[in-house]
Design a protein around this ligand. Structure first.
Ligand SMILES: [Mg+2]
Length: 138
């Protein structure tokens, strides 16, 4: 591990919600999980990026061959728990990468969203998914 982030202790319990949990708490939880297993030795950015991609593929597999409209209702699909678990696997590796590279997720996220707003101005991209949908040949 290139650096050891120090976060305030946090008990991440089953009662935790998005409103009651900080990113620092998630970082600490992942850091402790990794440290308890002596897995820092495996957590190179290369390995984490690949594991993250594998978990993203596991999330995609749930929706493979499912009609887009059906994919919006994971309860009817009977896949809520599976989706939650794979999403958390992806997040776990995102947080592990941030820990490994000492990245402040919130400030990086804010900066990237500002970049996205500039790249995709709402007045130009509202209701459109990208340049191919604009028909401008950009
Ligand atoms: Mg998984």
């Amino acid at each position: 591990m290139s650096s050891t982030p120090t976060h305030s202790p946090c008990p991440l319990s089953n009662e935790a919600t998005d409103d009651s949990t900080t990113l620092a708490c998630l970082k600490t939880t992942v850091q402790q999980f990794v440290a308890e297993r002596d897995w820092q030795q495996f957590h190179s950015p290369k390995n984490i990026s690949m594991a993250l991609s594998v978990e993203a593929a596991e999330l995609m597999e749930i929706f493979q061959w499912v009609e887009p409209s059906v994919s919006r209702d994971i309860d009817t699909m009977g896949k809520r728990q599976e989706v939650e678990e794979e999403l958390c696997d992806v997040m776990c590796y995102c947080v592990a990468m941030a820990n490994e590279l000492d990245i402040d997720i919130a400030s990086s996220f804010a900066a990237k969203m500002q970049k996205n707003r500039t790249k995709y101005p709402a007045e130009e991209y509202r209701g459109r998914f990208g340049k191919d949908d604009l028909g401008t040949g950009k």
